[in-house]
Each structure stands twice: as structure tokens, then as C-alpha cells.
Design a protein around this ligand. Structure first.
Ligand SMILES: [Zn+2]
Length: 112
């Protein structure tokens, strides 16, 4: 029996995975970047762990969107996600949330 993808509702045969309530949203990621450029700050100043919105003029609308988005993408539960959505989410994750090299536990040299 087929299950339905929690994100796009299409049928999928993939097993259940841990996934966020919502996939990464490219239009919102682009909006964060656009605002960082127009405010002349780094993307991390808006959307990083140490972002301080009291120093920025983001506007109530964008702040509400970001708070909602943060809740959606950080609430992880078991659900079915189709292959197409997983691939697209990985693409956006690589683009907007690359893993910094210093965060890696080991380097290739350690393996040799
Ligand atoms: Zn899907």
C-alpha cells in the first residue's frame, strides 16, 4: 500500500523518515538573502544562531514569517516524504545550509 508524502501529498513507496513539518522554502530563503543585502548585513545576522533582530529593521511581517518558518523546519517528526521532495530539500539544504568545514568531526587525512 502506498503512503502519501507529507509535503506534497503525492504517493510514495519510501520508508518513513524523520523530517520537518515543512520542506525548506526557496522563496523565503531568497527573501532572507535579499534582506541581508538591502540591510547590508550578513545572512547569519538575520538567520543565524546569534542573530539579533533588535539591531535590524526587518519589519513585523518578515519577523513573523521567519518565526513561523523556524518552527516549521525545526519541528522534526516521523513522516513519509517522497523522493522528489527529499532531493529538492537536499539541494536547498546544500545551497543555504552548507556544513562548515570546521564542523566536520574528521578530515580525510584522519582516515589514512
Ligand atoms: Zn513529496
Amino acid at each position: 500500500m502506498k503512503n502519501r508524502c507529507s509535503w506534497c501529498t503525492l504517493p510514495t513507496n519510501l520508508p518513513v523518515v524523520f523530517a520537518a513539518k515543512s520542506p525548506l522554502l526557496e522563496w523565503l530563503e531568497k527573501k532572507i538573502d535579499k534582506n541581508a543585502v538591502s540591510l547590508d548585513v550578513h545572512r547569519d545576522d538575520i538567520w543565524g544562531e546569534n542573530a539579533d533582530w533588535s539591531e535590524l529593521q526587518l519589519g513585523d511581517k518578515l519577523e513573523s514569517e521567519l518565526i513561523a518558518y523556524d518552527e516549521l523546519i525545526t519541528t522534526i517528526t516521523r513522516k513519509y516524504i517522497c523522493e522528489k521532495c527529499l532531493i529538492e530539500d537536499q539541494r536547498l539544504s546544500d545551497m543555504y545550509y552548507p556544513i562548515p568545514e570546521d564542523d566536520m568531526d574528521f578530515t580525510i587525512d584522519d582516515l589514512t
